[in-house]
Design a protein around this ligand. Structure first.
Ligand SMILES: *Cc1c(COP(=O)(O)O)cnc(C)c1O
Length: 443
């Protein structure tokens, strides 16, 4: 009999009834039984709001550099941030599609339009590279915190950074984000890409002078190889998507920005008016960082849910079994094959899973076909074209309005749109047509 981490499959299923549908790769909604009140959960954790604010201050120091190096950031004064928008037409289409009434407002966090790399990875990925660059420049006596950081565009800094390298493993978008910012600063960049990575992402990186190393296996392999390469090189920094605190903090800054945006939109978040946030999840760093930041700010008034493909429920298995990075979807005979390339991760981050173990409200899975149907629906209603991964947040709204203990007439739903604007037009069209055919075939 097959033993999975010390238990038979029957024992796992007995202890976790959700495993039946998860292993059948059927859509599953899981409420986290370990969820705790914020004050209780957070007292055990070592990362604080002060850490997130420090990250935000670092990004503010870099704003003059970003304006100069990436003129598209000038409009927002060098702040890499996206808008939070109402999507009433999409809400209506969802009501028709799911045959359900959604009585609260639904907002979209448009990270698909983040400048520089067009996905949520423009938050954490860019932040960690900037922090690394800052440390090198300061250690070499070429920069101090009070300087105008636009001097970093000077040739002398490019020469300095060219003595250092950066490596990262990626399914695509993290590689894009790290590759673009690192190449711009002058670093040598090595992006280790999993088999899921789309060709156009590799091509774009090669164009920017990034060394792309391709693997015929999944994301965990790409990360392992990137880590190995960096260990053998003293002047090489490995961006560790599975364990990096800096990456995580870069993502968490989103919460400070969102708090301001919600105020400007006149949206109150408190006990009577909770905020429900739906975050597409791969290895966990992006959604985990954002969720952690939101919990620090809104505490028990925010409920964060992760969304994963039915074929890559890595974080769900990590949390549900309590095994975190020790478990992979393959351990439970799930293949980690999905069109949602940004979420094609078979083994979750243990760092994120343990940190959020008592703070995340739940996880649900979404079928690929369902992602494409939503993709087409969002284009038809709001004219917003996301990449398939980025649609995974939407079904969360429907799950939550069905939860007896979440019946708040004045709640706010926030769907995190994690990427899509960098897609070539041809791919956008293909995705749209695919979703259209899936919608037709559905009776
Ligand atoms: C990377 C990514 C995510 C998830 O982020 P993780 O840090 O891998 O969990 C979600 N959506 C898109 C489009 C992504 O590229």
């Amino acid at each position: 009999m097959k033993i999975i981490h010390g238990k038979t499959l029957e024992e796992w299923k007995r202890d976790n009834p959700n495993l039946h549908t998860i292993m059948e790769t059927e859509e599953t909604f899981w409420r986290n039984p370990k969820y705790k009140d914020f004050e209780e959960a957070v007292s055990k954790l070592s990362i604080t709001l002060a850490d997130v604010k420090e990250a935000e201050e670092r990004l503010i120091r870099f704003a003059p550099y970003l304006i100069k190096a990436f003129p598209e950031t000038e409009e927002a004064n060098g702040v890499i941030e996206s808008r939070t928008i109402r999507i009433p037409k999409m809400k209506k289409a969802m009501e028709n599609h799911y045959k359900m009434q959604v009585n609260q407002e639904v907002f979209l966090k448009a990270d698909n339009l983040l400048p520089i790399s067009g996905s949520i990875k423009a938050r954490g990925g860019i932040y960690e590279v900037l922090k690394y660059a800052e440390r090198i420049a300061i250690d070499n006596g070429m920069l101090s915190y009070d300087d105008d950081y636009s001097i970093l565009t000077n040739k002398s800094f490019g020469e300095l950074f060219s003595q250092y390298s950066i490596a990262v493993g990626s399914t695509g978008n993290l590689g894009l984000s790290i590759g673009i910012i690192s190449a711009k600063l002058g670093f040598n960049v090595f992006v280790h890409m999993s088999a899921d990575a789309k060709e156009w992402k590799k091509d774009l990186l090669k164009e920017k002078g990034v060394t792309v190393i391709e693997y015929n296996s999944d994301y965990s392999k790409a990360v392992t190889e990137g880590r190995r390469q960096a260990q053998a090189n003293e002047n090489m920094h490995f961006i560790d998507d599975e364990n990096s605190k800096d990456l995580f903090l870069g993502y968490a800054v989103a919460a400070l920005r969102l708090q301001k945006q919600l105020e400007e939109l006149g949206i109150v978040v408190d006990e009577e008016n909770p905020l429900f946030v739906y975050l597409p999840c791969g290895v966990g760093g992006g959604p985990g960082g954002v969720a952690f930041g939101l919990k620090l700010i809104f505490k028990d008034s925010v409920h964060c849910f992760f969304a994963e493909p039915t074929h890559s429920p890595a974080m769900l298995l990590g949390l549900l079994t309590g095994l975190h990075e020790k478990v992979s979807v393959q351990d439970f005979d799930i293949d980690n094959v999905t069109e949602a390339d940004g979420l094609a991760v078979g083994r979750p981050s243990g760092f994120v899973g343990k940190l959020l173990e008592e703070l995340i409200s739940g996880v649900y899975t979404v079928e690929d076909e369902h992602l494409f149907q939503l993709l087409t629906m969002l284009v038809d209603t709001e004219n917003i074209n996301l990449e398939p991964s980025a649609l995974a947040g939407f079904p969360g709204v429907i799950h939550i309005i069905n939860q007896p203990d979440f019946q708040y007439p004045h709640a706010t739903h926030l769907v995190w749109a994690t990427g899509g604007s960098m897609l070539p037009e041809k791919m956008k069209k293909e995705n749209y047509e695919k979703g259209k055919s899936y919608r037709k075939n559905k009776t």
